[in-house]
Design a protein around this ligand. Structure first.
Ligand SMILES: [Zn+2]
Length: 76
């Protein structure tokens, strides 16, 4: 969805993007959650399909780096 610009469920190209940056002054509209052990606020961008309502959320790059440093193990 992020890369294709298309909804993976219905194929619509009517995608709304709510981008959120981990910067001061933008937190009022940010989509975020607090990761407990990190004790930090992690900001996410949300992609919403206007036709079927499907949504995806993405951590931003800076948050991904924080998570990778904290959590080194991957399940696979
Ligand atoms: Zn859709």
């Amino acid at each position: 969805m992020k890369k294709t610009g298309k909804c993976p469920k219905c194929g619509s190209e009517h995608i709304l993007v709510f981008e959120n940056k981990d910067k001061k002054g933008k937190s009022s509209t940010a989509d975020f959650e607090v990761i407990g052990p990190l004790g930090k606020t992690i900001y996410t961008s949300r992609y919403v399909c206007c036709d079927c309502g499907y949504t995806e959320r993405y951590f931003d790059d800076a948050s991904l780096e924080k998570l990778k440093k904290k959590y080194s193990k991957f399940r696979g």
